[in-house]
Every structure is written in C-alpha cells, then in structure tokens.
Design a protein around this ligand. Structure first.
Ligand SMILES: [Zn+2]
Ligand SMILES: [Zn+2]
Length: 123
C-alpha cells in the first residue's frame, strides 16, 4: 500500500461513455481530472516513453505538454483495474499496453496547482 496519502485514491470515476476522461478524489482531498487524450499522451509504457524521448530530443522541448501529440478525439474504449494500485486503458487508437499506477497518475495531475509545483522540478 502506498504510504503517501497523495498517491491513494478514495474515489475513481472513469467516464467512458461520455468520453470525459477519468476523475480521481485523493485521500488528501485533492481532485484530479484527466482527459483521455492527456492520459494517452502520458502513457507510461516503454514504447511511449521511447517515443516521447525521441520527440523531446527532436524538438528540444520538455514534455510539459501544452502541445498534445494526440488529437482530442483519442479516447478510452475500455478500462480495467490492475490490482489495487493501477488502471489499464484500451484506447481508441488500439493502444492498450500502458498501466497507469495511481502513484504515476498523481504525479501527472493536470490541475493548475500541480502543474505549477512541477515546473520547479526537473523531471
Ligand atoms: Zn504506451
Ligand atoms: Zn492536481
């Protein structure tokens, strides 16, 4: 179990039908809302990590993606829990290898507050 309360979700809602994305309430009362394109773009699998690394070396830009590599239309068609610690998505572009741990999800929280606090860190 995660010892950091920030990585412990109390409520997870995945809005597949409406395509709104995923909403997480965290134990420390923080709330995150991830759109599916955002999740797709931050896919933690090895293939996507490589792709992002290449993209970064080409553009010289850090992936603090305000420029999405994926269009808005990418969405999840299915989601399934992986144990108690992660979620796996099937995306509409047939990509399904990314396993998103809650720890990782908390780290990529797209809210303005978290974005700001991440800016100071080198990642
Ligand atoms: Zn991936
Ligand atoms: Zn946040």
């Amino acid at each position: 179990m995660a010892e950091d309360p920030r990585a412990e979700p109390t409520k997870v809602k995945i809005l597949l039908t409406s395509g709104e994305g995923m909403k997480i309430d965290w134990r420390d009362a923080h709330h995150s809302h991830y759109t599916f394109p955002y999740l797709r773009e931050h896919c933690p699998c090895a293939t996507c990590n490589d792709r992002r690394a290449r993209h970064q070396s080409v553009t010289g830009a850090r992936l603090q993606s305000d420029l999405p590599l994926y269009q808005e239309r990418v969405r999840a068609v299915q989601a399934e829990p992986v144990g108690h610690y992660a979620v796996r998505f099937d995306f509409s572009d047939a990509h399904a290898t990314g396993i998103y741990s809650f720890d990782y999800l908390r780290r990529i929280c797209p809210c303005p507050e978290c974005r700001t606090s991440r800016k100071g860190e080198s990642q």
